[in-house]
Design a protein around this ligand. Structure first.
Ligand code: NAD
Length: 476
């Protein structure tokens, strides 16, 4: 049975309760895990608080060295961790390997910044004084993670937090705790001091993290409704929050685009991780002249995406993570069909004995999806793509921005002028121009509008785990 990790110790829930983690492809039990509660969050917050000062006071170069060594050790275990991720999440083993590697690489990327915390010297009006602006660690940080990319999204919070000298209480999604535990165990085996990262499990521990007095900041990746609840709960403690929430990313393809490359990127952008990605392309707007050609290429690519158990060699798309998640996507597709949309590829569930026990769904492409259908107004967190015909860039930008979300966006065109306009006008935290929609370590990532605020990745994320302090030095 898996355990939580508090102060380096492997512990059960103080209540003694456990729950099961299920395999979305087979319906089998993967493991039993402790069902932690408020008492366990309290234990973890105290452990983090105890570890905080010694960790923050370490020489930054020493912190960097420890983190690199821990990351190297974790990276040596990717082959053991990846199947655990596939078993609990459902994604293909190839996707799991990429994600497990990204965890270690992310820790290493921020480790490089640990000894590069820079402040400012500021001259003051009185020449007998001068000012400094220091950056200090914030203190114990809570990290709350969803189930779609359990490792990537944990690392996005843990890596900058610990590199900047903070201790962490980490809560994975209750349905995907196992690979995360393996990664944190590997970091500790690789030399990360005990108590610097503590892991609590259980469906309701997020609420206790947000309200615990020792936790000074909370970073959440989750749905927009959860983000609103977390912000409201954090407000009563004036706690800092970073909210990485839902998205409904538009992609625009103009007549002058490289259709082959666009189709390749859109296919990955919509169907990677069985469509369960915040940054997935969820609304596609295509100009008249390339509409048919692009649709044909997208269908050709979707045909190759054989659903199946992520551990099987020929599976190109794993199952949906839960039956409830699949039912939600099916209801959104049905709503579009009821309003006059047509399925041009896929639809429904794959048939056959190998699919009987899992949450499988076919990759699906729809046309004639009206703007008031749920597939356009809501986030579609699964492998269904609505393709909309547009006459020009004006129409595309208007419809793309007509959404409460503002996470990612992309455009395919060979016109500098059109690209420039899209970059300026698309309401989103990221715009890709003729490029695959992936988040890079080097660039700040985060949403606008109801997709949240605050950044992960980049120097900005690192700085957001520090607080500025102004100092005046008198020279008398
Ligand atoms: P979710 O909001 O249901 O849960 C996310 C995490 O928050 C889980 O660990 C959950 O236990 C916890 N949680 C739930 N209610 C809470 C509360 N009241 N207080 C504190 N914690 C609480 O999301 P999910 O279904 O696990 O993940 C899918 C969602 O995440 C999608 O909307 C997706 O777009 C979003 N997401 C966003 C990004 C991004 O970077 N913007 C990345 C990936 C996923």
């Amino acid at each position: 049975m898996a355990t939580m990790i508090i102060e380096g110790e492997r512990v059960g829930a103080s209540s003694g309760e456990t729950y099961q983690v299920m395999n979305p492809a087979t319906g089998e039990v993967v493991d039993h895990v402790p069902k932690g509660g408020a008492d366990d969050v309290d234990r973890a917050a105290r452990a983090a608080s105890k570890a905080q000062q010694p960790w923050a006071r370490l020489a930054p170069a020493e912190r960097a060295r420890i983190l690199h060594k821990a990351a190297d050790h974790m990276l040596s275990q990717v082959e053991e961790i990846a199947p655990v991720l596939t078993a609990e999440q459902g994604k293909t083993i190839l996707e799991s390997r990429i994600e497990a590697r990204r965890f270690g690489e992310n820790i290493a990327w921020f480790a490089d910044l640990a000894d590069k915390i820079h402040g400012d010297y500021v001259s003051l009006p009185d020449t007998t004084t001068y000012g400094l602006v220091l950056r200090k660690p914030i203190g114990v940080t809570g990290a709350i993670v969803p189930w779609n990319f359990p490792l990537t999204l944990a690392a996005n919070k843990v890596a900058p937090a610990i590199a900047a000298g903070n201790a962490v209480v980490l809560k994975p999604s209750s349905t995907t705790p196992l690979a995360t535990l393996r990664c944190i165990e590997a970091l500790i085996e690789g030399g990360l001091p005990e108590g610097v990262v503590n892991v609590v499990l259980g469906p309701d521990t997020g609420e206790s993290i947000v309200t615990h007095p020792l936790i000074r900041k909370v970073a959440l990746t989750g749905s927009t409704p959860t983000g609103k609840k977390v912000m409201a709960a954090a407000a009563s403690h004036l706690k800092k929050v970073v909210l990485e929430l839902g998205g409904s990313d538009p992609c625009i393809v103009l007549d002058d685009a490289n259709v082959e490359e666009a189709a390749k990127a859109i296919s990955v952008g919509r169907f990677f991780n069985c469509g369960q990605a915040c940054l997935a392309i969820k609304r596609l707007y295509v100009q008249d002249r390339v509409y048919d050609a692009l649709l044909e290429k997208l269908i050709e690519r979707a045909r190759r995406l054989k659903p199946g158990d992520g551990m099987k060699r020929d599976s190109r798309m794993g199952p949906m993570h839960t039956a409830g998640q699949r039912a939600e996507v099916e209801a959104q597709v049905q709503d579009a069909l009821d309003r006059g949309a047509k399925v041009v590829f896929g639809g429904g569930r794959p048939q056959g004995a190998e699919y009987d026990s899992g949450n499988f769904i076919n990759p699906t492409i729809l046309v004639d999806v009206p703007d008031d259908s749920r597939m356009v107004t809501e986030e579609v967190f699964g492998p269904a793509l609505p393709v909309m015909r547009i006459k020009d860039l004006d129409e595309a930008l208007g419809r793309a921005n007509n959404s409460p979300f503002g996470l990612g966006s992309s455009i395919w065109t060979s016109s500098m002028k059109a690209a420039h306009r899209a970059v300026q006008e698309l309401e989103a935290g990221y715009t890709w121009v003729n490029a695959l929609q992936i988040a890079h370590d080097e660039l700040p990532f985060g949403g606008t509008k109801e997709s949240g605020f605050g950044k992960e990745h980049g120097l900005e994320a690192f700085h957001q785990y520090t607080e500025q302090k102004s100092v005046v030095y008198g020279l008398v």
